[in-house]
Write a protein that binds this ligand. Structure first.
Ligand SMILES: [Zn+2]
Length: 175
C-alpha cells in the first residue's frame, strides 16, 4: 500500500549516519488528521542519523508541510506552514531514559528500537508543531465589536460650533 517504511532500526540509522526521507499523507496519520482539513495533504520528513559529540546515537528530524487547518475564528481553512527541525537522542530503554538529567531543552530523547515505528514518531512531532489556536493572521471576522470612543466628554465651545456648522448629510457614496 504505502511506500513508506513502517519501521526502521534507529541505532543502525545513527551508527551508519543513514538518512530516511519521504512523504506521508495526512490520511496515514490519524491523530494529525483530526486537525487537518485535507487528508491528502502531505508531510515531508527527513531523518538523518548521527552520533553526537559525546558518542550517543541519535538523529535530526526535519519536517515540512503545508496543512490546511480550521480557523478558530471564521471556521474557514487557514494554511499553516509547518517547518520543524528536532535533534533526537536514542536511548536503549526506559532505565537509560530515566537516568538522564532533564535539562537539555534543545534535545529530545526517545527510546530507540531496531524496529522503531516511523509514522507515529513523525506524527507526534508534527502535532507538537501545530498552533494551539489556528486562525488567519488577518481574519475577516473581527474579534469583538468595540464601542466608538466618546469624544464629546470635554466641554469645548468649538465642538458646539462644529456641530452647528455640520450641515447636510453625506453624498451619494455614503454608507
Ligand atoms: Zn479566519
Amino acid at each position: 500500500m504505502s511506500t513508506n517504511a513502517t519501521t526502521f532500526d534507529a541505532f543502525r540509522l545513527a551508527r551508519k549516519r543513514e538518512t530516511l526521507s519521504g512523504e506521508a499523507t495526512v490520511s496515514q496519520l490519524p491523530r494529525l488528521a483530526e486537525s487537518v482539513l485535507d487528508p491528502a495533504a502531505r508531510l515531508r520528513y527527513e531523518i538523518a542519523g548521527r552520533i553526537d559529540e559525546d558518542g550517543h546515537p541519535g538523529a535530526v528530524m526535519k519536517l515540512s508541510a503545508r496543512l490546511p487547518l480550521r480557523c478558530e475564528r471564521c471556521n474557514e481553512a487557514v494554511e499553516f506552514e509547518l517547518v520543524r527541525e528536532v535533534p533526537f537522542r536514542f536511548v536503549q530503554d526506559e532505565e537509560e531514559l530515566n537516568a538522564l538529567p532533564i535539562e537539555d531543552d534543545e534535545l529530545e530523547v526517545t527510546i530507540g528500537s531496531p524496529a522503531m515505528a516511523l509514522l507515529p514518531w513523525i506524527e507526534e512531532e508534527a502535532i507538537l508543531s501545530l498552533p494551539l489556536v489556528p486562525r488567519h493572521a488577518d481574519c475577516a471576522l473581527p474579534s469583538a465589536v468595540e464601542p466608538e470612543s466618546v469624544e464629546a466628554d470635554r466641554p469645548n465651545p468649538f465642538a458646539v460650533l462644529g456641530s452647528l456648522k455640520r450641515g447636510g448629510g453625506g453624498g451619494p457614496a455614503g454608507g
